[in-house]
Every structure is written in structure tokens, then in C-alpha cells.
Design a binder for this molecule. Structure first.
Ligand code: PLP
Length: 387
């Protein structure tokens, strides 16, 4: 039988392809391109974690683990989350090891949304949020953050977006693509509104380890928030483990149980060798995380200063490994800027518009690249912007 469009579900047919992908297809095949486009560390996973995965295979650990993940790993995650972010979770009932934070976001949305339920999505944001809300049958209600407010969610804007159908707020700090980090006071103001309207928070804290000036605060650690937060984190970014596909969810028992129901049917469990690697990363890899963080901080400071010097205004982001400079004074749209920059100077960046409201007029540049590459990229961008 021929496969035709008519077989494809309407929800998928109407889904827009990721603007990042579309843009990278343009860069593919060009020679000498410096990419500031990718959202992943340029470091290799620490040796001790890699060795643990190799050893686990040598020992024959090739079968499924428990659906929620190796209990030993969940215990270590519980120690990590309570030690570092001050939120206690029961590893037996409140933690699920997932296939990246990506699957964790999908699980959280699918477990809580009935058709038509609304989720507040704070833009500019990670490209998967709105499509995943819609695939789960929900409606994404977007709230814009702006450069003038360092891309921090304003309590009044949140309040205005809430309707009787709102079920959850999807919040990411430190943020992709802006690098904005919400501090304790910002989060307290948001938490007060969340509690007042009896909402859940899906907190994507995948960049929690990459906070450069002030330690990360988890919204789940605030008074009365643990019971209404689905906390998502993982190993991809801080531990430089993107390819292992390992994340985790911490949530109160009933919510965790609901997500585990879906996980056991849809995924069974996360990859076993990857779980052994993550276990070792938590036990012995924190000093490597600190080293990488020092390096990112140095690069962040360099690139922010350089962009401001070449006349592209750039705020100092508190975390993640992205800067989000304004290109408004060039008179180009972010897509025009990114396309011309790629053609003329062979530097790949991502147009801010692909990240939703508030992104137009900005470009996302990842500084997870070597200092030499960053220096060359800045030189080329400066030449381009100078024209
Ligand atoms: N959340 C945010 C904000 C991200 O930027 C990313 C990856 O870029 C993810 C989640 C997905 O992470 P993972 O590799 O753990 O699936």
C-alpha cells in the first residue's frame, strides 16, 4: 500500500519542523563553517563514566533495569538532588530515570493533560515545548519575555496568561536559548502565583549545573512547591553526556506513578550501560563538571564582551551555554541575519525567531566551542555586522 499524506495524523501533519533543523540543512555541505549553532557540550564525557559503562558491559549487564531505572542510580540521584538543590525525594517512589530530559518533558505533559488543558510556555524557549504540549492534547499558551527584562518571566505576564483551563507552567532556568537564570526572588514571585491559582510547574532544570555567578535555585525547593513541581534534569549538559540519552524526573509519588505507567509501556527503561555511566558520573564526576563550568564561564565572559564591542548588544546570561545578542541595529530580521552571515562569513548561528515570541531581533550563539573557534567566529561576525 502506498504511503500517502492521508495516513499521517493531523496533529503531526500540522506540526512545523524545527527551525533549527531547517537552518542546519543550509549549513550542511558548506566547507569551513564555524558553528555556534549546536546546543551541546564540546567536551567528551568524563573517563570514569565511560569506563563504568564499559565495565558494566564486560560484566554482562545487558538486560533491562527496573522501569524506573537502577535503584542504585535513583538513590544516587536522590542524594545529588537533595545535596545540591535541597529537595528531598524518595528514590523508590519519586524518581524515574528517562531517555534524556526530552522524554521527561513528554512524560510529564502526557501524564497531566486532558484534551484542551492549557500549559503556559515561556518564550523564547526550547523548540520542543509547544509541539510536545500539542501532541499530548494540550494547548500551549505562550508568554513573551523580553531583552529589556533580561528574558525573565514577569509575574504580571504570568498572571495575565492564566485561565480556568490552565493546568501547568512549563519553566526553564537557566534558559535555552537566552541563558537567563531566575534567582530565588524571581522564583518566589512566580511560585506565589502558581500556588494562588493551584497550578503545577514542570521545571526543566537541565542547565542547573551551568550557573556561573549565583548557584541554581530549584523552584521545587521553595516553600509549598515540592508537591506541585515535576522536576526535570539530566546528564546531557552539565555532565557532557548528550549521546547517552539519560535524564530523570523527580515528582511527588502520585505524579511519578502516573508518569511511570506511560514510561513502562512506551520505553520500558532507559539504556542500561548509560545508567551505569550516569551512576559513576554522580559518584566521581563532579570535579569534571566544575572544570567544564570554569571553561564555559571564561568563554561566556569573552563572547559577551566581544559582542558588545562589535556593537551587537548582549546581556550577560547567568547560565547554560548560550548568548542571545540583539541584531536589531543591523536592520535585518534574525533569519536574514543568520542566512547572510552563513553565506558571507560561514558562521552558523540560530535565528532567535525559531524560539518563539520575543526571539525576533536576536540570534542564539552557543559558546560550547573552543576559544580559538570563538575568536575566529567573533572576528567574522564583527566584519559582517560592520557592513
Ligand atoms: N531542555 C532544554 C532546555 C534543552 O535545551 C534540551 C536540549 O537542548 C533538552 C531539554 C533536552 O535534553 P536531553 O538531551 O536530556 O534530552
Amino acid at each position: 500500500m502506498p504511503v500517502t499524506k492521508s495516513y499521517i495524523a493531523k496533529s503531526v501533519e500540522t506540526m512545523r519542523p524545527s527551525g533549527i533543523r531547517k537552518f542546519f540543512d543550509l549549513a550542511a555541505g558548506m566547507e569551513g563553517v564555524i558553528s555556534l549553532g549546536v546546543g551541546e557540550p564540546d567536551f567528551v564525557t568524563s573517563w570514569s563514566a565511560r569506563e563504568a559503562a564499559i565495565l558494566s558491559l564486560e560484566r554482562g549487564h545487558t538486560s533491562y533495569t527496573a522501569n524506573a531505572g537502577l535503584l542504585e542510580l535513583r538513590e544516587e540521584i536522590a542524594r545529588y538532588v537533595s545535596g545540591r538543590f535541597y529537595v528531598p525525594y524518595n528514590p523508590k517512589e519519586e524518581i524515574i530515570v528517562t531517555v534524556g530530559a526530552s522524554q521527561a518533558i513528554d512524560l510529564a505533559l502526557r501524564a497531566i493533560l486532558d484534551p484542551g488543558d492549557e500549559v503556559i510556555v515561556v518564550e523564547p524557549c526550547f523548540v520542543s515545548y509547544t509541539p510536545l504540549v500539542e501532541l499530548a492534547g494540550g494547548k500551549a499558551v505562550t508568554v513573551e519575555t523580553t531583552g529589556e527584562q533580561q528574558f525573565k518571566l514577569q509575574p504580571e505576564a504570568l498572571e495575565q496568561a492564566i485561565t480556568p483551563k490552565t493546568k501547568a507552567l512549563l519553566l526553564c532556568s537557566p534558559n535555552n536559548p537566552t541563558g537567563a537564570q531566575l534567582g530565588r526572588e524571581d522564583l518566589q514571585a512566580i511560585a506565589a502565583i502558581v500556588k494562588q491559582h493551584d497550578l503545577l510547574v514542570i521545571a526543566d532544570e537541565i542547565y542547573a549545573e551551568l550557573a556561573y555567578d549565583v548557584p541554581h535555585t530549584s523552584i521545587a525547593s521553595l516553600d509549598g512547591m515540592r508537591e506541585r513541581t515535576i522536576l526535570i534534569n539530566g546528564f546531557s549538559k552539565g555532565f557532557a553526556m548528550t549521546g547517552w540519552r539519560l535524564g530523570f524526573i523527580c515528582a511527588p509519588g502520585e505524579l511519578a506513578e502516573a508518569m511511570l505507567k506511560i514510561h513502562q509501556y512506551a520505553m520500558m527503561c532507559a539504556s542500561t550501560p548509560a545508567q551505569y555511566a550516569a551512576l559513576e558520573a554522580l559518584k566521581t564526576g563532579m570535579s569534571d563538571v566544575e572544570e567544564m563550568k570554569k571553561d564555559y564561564r571564561r568563554r561566556r565572559n569573552y563572547i559577551v564582551q566581544s559582542f558588545n564591542e562589535i556593537g551587537l548588544e548582549c546581556h550577560l546570561p547567568g547560565g547554560a551555554f548560550y548568548v542571545f545578542p540583539s541584531i536589531r541595529n543591523t536592520g535585518l530580521t534574525s533569519e536574514e541575519f543568520a542566512e547572510s552571515l552563513l553565506r558571507e562569513e560561514k558562521v552558523a548561528v540560530v535565528p532567535g525567531s525559531v524560539f518563539g515570541k520575543g526571539g525576533e531581533g536576536f540570534i542564539r550563539c552557543s559558546y560550547a566551542s573552543s576559544m580559538e573557534q570563538l575568536q575566529e567566529a567573533v572576528k567574522r561576525i564583527g566584519r559582517f555586522a560592520g557592513k
